[in-house]
Design a protein around this ligand. Structure first.
Ligand code: HEM
Length: 145
C-alpha cells in the first residue's frame, strides 16, 4: 500500500503542478484580453482544483503510512534534521495552506461579479498556492531518483 500511494502522490504531483501553471496562464490571458468569464473558464479552473484535492487526500493518507511522515515526529529529533522536518512538517503544512488558498481562489471567482475580478481571483490565489507548493517540495527525493 505504501509504494502504491508513494507512486500515486509522485505522479499526481506532475499533473497538479502542470494544471496549476496552465490555469494561471489561461486566467491571466483572460483578464488581460478583457474577455468575458464563461462556464468553460470555471471548468478549466476546476481541473486544477480537483487534482490538488485528490493530491491532498493521497498526501494525508501517505502521511500516516510513510516512514517520512508522522512517524518521524513521534520519534523525536526530527526538528533538528532539515530533511525530516521537510517531509514530516513543512511540506504537509504549507501544502494544506496552499490548497486552502486555491480553494478560496476558485470559490471567490464564482461569487464575484465582473469577469476581470473572477479571472484575477483564480490567477492570483492559484499563483500564491503554486509558489508555496514549489517552496516545499522534497526536490532531491522526487527528481533525484
Ligand atoms: C498539491 C499538493 C502536494 C504536492 C504537489 C505534493 C508533492 C509531493 C512530492 C513531489 C513528493 C516527493 C515524492 C517522491 O519522492 O517520489 C511528496 C512527498 C510526500 N508528501 Fe506531498 N505533495 C502535496 C501535498 C501533500 C500533503 C497535503 C501531504 C500530507 C498531509 C503530503 C505528504 C507527503 C509525504 C508524507 C511525503 C513523503 C512520502 C514518502 O516518500 O514516503 N503531501 N509530495
Amino acid at each position: 500500500m505504501y509504494t502504491g500511494l508513494q507512486h500515486a502522490h509522485s505522479g499526481l504531483a506532475y499533473l497538479a503542478l502542470l494544471a496549476l501553471i496552465l490555469v494561471i496562464l489561461w486566467s491571466l490571458v483572460g483578464a488581460l484580453t478583457g474577455r468575458e468569464y464563461q462556464e468553460k473558464d470555471r471548468k478549466i479552473a476546476l481541473i486544477a482544483f480537483i487534482l490538488c484535492h485528490v493530491q491532498l487526500l493521497v498526501g494525508l493518507i501517505l502521511y500516516f503510512v510513510s516512514p517520512l511522515g508522522y512517524s518521524l515526529l513521534s520519534g523525536g529529533g526530527a526538528m533538528a534534521d532539515a530533511a525530516a522536518r521537510l517531509t514530516a512538517l513543512e511540506h504537509p503544512l504549507i501544502n494544506i495552506i496552499a490548497i486552502v488558498l486555491i480553494t478560496i481562489g476558485y470559490s471567490r471567482a464564482k461569487k464575484l461579479e465582473s469577469s476581470k475580478a473572477k479571472f484575477r481571483s483564480i490567477y492570483m490565489l492559484y499563483a500564491v498556492g503554486l509558489v508555496l507548493i514549489l517552496s516545499r517540495i522534497p526536490w532531491g527525493s522526487w527528481l533525484g531518483n
